[in-house]
Design a protein around this ligand. Structure first.
Ligand code: PEP
Ligand code: MG
Length: 319
C-alpha cells in the first residue's frame, strides 16, 4: 500500500523500472523551504516570486530580492532552484506597476508581457537572480510565454544584464507552457529554451476557455481533461526534438494519480505542493514506463476529465 510507503526522504526518485523522475516542490519564499525538504522535495521546481512583490507600495530592491533568493538557495543546500520571474497582472495585482485597466486582464498584460512592458522591474529581478551563488544551482523560468518573440525579448534582457554583471557562467532559462500556443509551437520554442515547465492551472484555463477565478465554472476547469493532456503531449514532443526536459508545475502535478499519465506522456519532473510530495514519490516508485505509456494513451482517448479520473481511480484504488 502507498500509505505504508510514504516515509519522506530526499532520496532520488526512480520508477520501478529505473526511469529517473525528479520530484520537487513549489515554493512561495524562504519560509517554505524547511517543510519542503522535510516532505522529501529534491529541490524547487517553481519559486513563485510574486510573494515578494504583492501587498506592498513599491517594488522590492535588487538587494532585497537577492537576499531572499540566496536564502532559498542556501536553504536548499545545493539542490536545484527554479525561480519564476514576476507573474503579475490578471488576478495578481501589483499597484506600483501602474497596470492599465483592462477589459480582459487574463488576456492582457500579465507574466512576461507585463515584464516587457515595464522592463525595469524585470531587469532588477534578473540581476538579483544572476547574483545567486553557486552559479548553476539557480535557473530562470518565464511565465506566460506565448510566442518565440516573448522568449527572445526576455533572453535579450538576461544577456544584457549578464554582461553588465560580467557574469560569464551560463544560466538555464526555461519557459512555462501555460498558453496553448506555447504547446503548439513547443518545437520552435525548445530550440531556444533550456527546459519547459507546464503550468496546468493556466493551460486548463486557456484551453477550455474557463476563467480560473470564476467559482461557477470551477468544477469544469479540469486539468485532467484530455484536451489539456494532448497539449502536454505536444509540449513533450517538441521539447524532445531538441533534447530538452519537460516538467509540470501546475496543480495537476500535485495529484499522485496524475503521475502515471504525466510520466507516460514523457514528463520527467513533477513540481508539487510539499504536502503531496511523499505520496507522489511513493506512487512513482511503483510505476513502470510501459504501463504509464499505455495509461497515457488510454487517457488521451477518453471523453472527459472526469472519465480520466475514473479510469485512474479504478487502476489505483489504493490512492
Ligand atoms: C500554472 O498556471 O499552472 C502555474 C503553475 O502558475 P500559477 O498557478 O502561479 O499561475
Ligand atoms: Mg500560471
Amino acid at each position: 500500500r502507498l500509505a505504508a510507503n510514504r516515509a519522506a526522504t530526499q532520496d532520488d526518485c526512480y520508477t520501478a523500472d529505473g526511469k529517473r523522475i525528479e520530484v520537487v516542490a513549489n515554493l512561495g519564499g524562504p519560509a517554505d523551504v524547511a517543510v519542503a525538504l522535510e516532505s522529501g522535495a529534491e529541490g524547487c521546481g517553481l519559486m513563485r516570486s510574486e510573494f515578494l512583490f504583492l501587498n506592498r507600495t513599491s517594488a522590492p530592491s535588487e538587494d532585497e530580492q537577492y537576499a531572499q533568493y540566496q536564502a532559498i538557495a542556501d536553504g536548499l543546500k545545493g539542490r536545484p532552484l527554479i525561480i519564476r520571474t514576476l507573474d503579475a497582472g490578471a488576478d495578481k495585482d501589483v499597484p506600483y506597476a501602474n497596470l492599465p485597466k483592462e477589459e480582459n486582464p487574463a488576456l492582457g498584460l500579465r507574466g512576461v508581457r507585463m515584464s516587457l512592458w515595464q522592463p525595469e522591474l524585470l531587469r532588477t529581478q534578473i540581476r538579483a537572480i544572476l547574483r545567486v551563488k553557486p552559479y548553476g544551482q539557480c535557473k530562470i523560468l518565464l511565465p506566460m510565454i506565448a510566442t518565440l518573440a516573448d522568449l527572445r525579448d526576455v533572453r535579450r534582457v538576461i544577456d544584457e544584464e549578464m554582461k553588465a554583471l560580467a557574469r560569464t557562467a551560463p544560466i538555464e532559462v526555461g519557459i512555462m507552457v501555460e498558453v496553448p500556443s506555447a504547446a503548439l509551437i513547443s518545437k520552435t520554442l525548445a530550440a531556444e529554451a533550456d527546459f519547459l515547465s507546464v503550468g496546468t492551472n493556466d493551460l486548463a484555463q486557456y484551453t477550455l476557455a474557463i476563467d480560473r477565478v470564476n467559482p461557477r465554472l470551477a468544477k469544469q476547469l479540469d486539468p485532467f481533461h484530455p484536451a489539456v493532456l494532448r497539449l502536454i503531449q505536444l509540449a513533450v514532443e517538441g521539447a524532445k526534438a531538441h533534447g530538452r526536459w519537460v516538467g509540470v508545475c501546475g496543480s495537476l502535478a500535485s495529484f499522485p494519480l496524475a503521475a502515471p499519465v504525466l510520466i507516460g506522456l514523457g514528463v520527467t519532473e513533477l513540481s508539487a505542493t510539499s504536502g503531496s510530495i511523499a505520496e507522489i514519490k511513493a506512487m512513482v516508485r511503483t510505476l513502470d514506463i510501459d504501463k504509464c505509456k499505455a495509461v497515457a494513451e488510454a487517457a488521451l482517448a477518453l471523453e472527459s476529465g472526469e472519465a480520466v479520473r475514473r479510469m485512474l481511480a479504478q487502476s489505483w484504488p489504493e490512492v
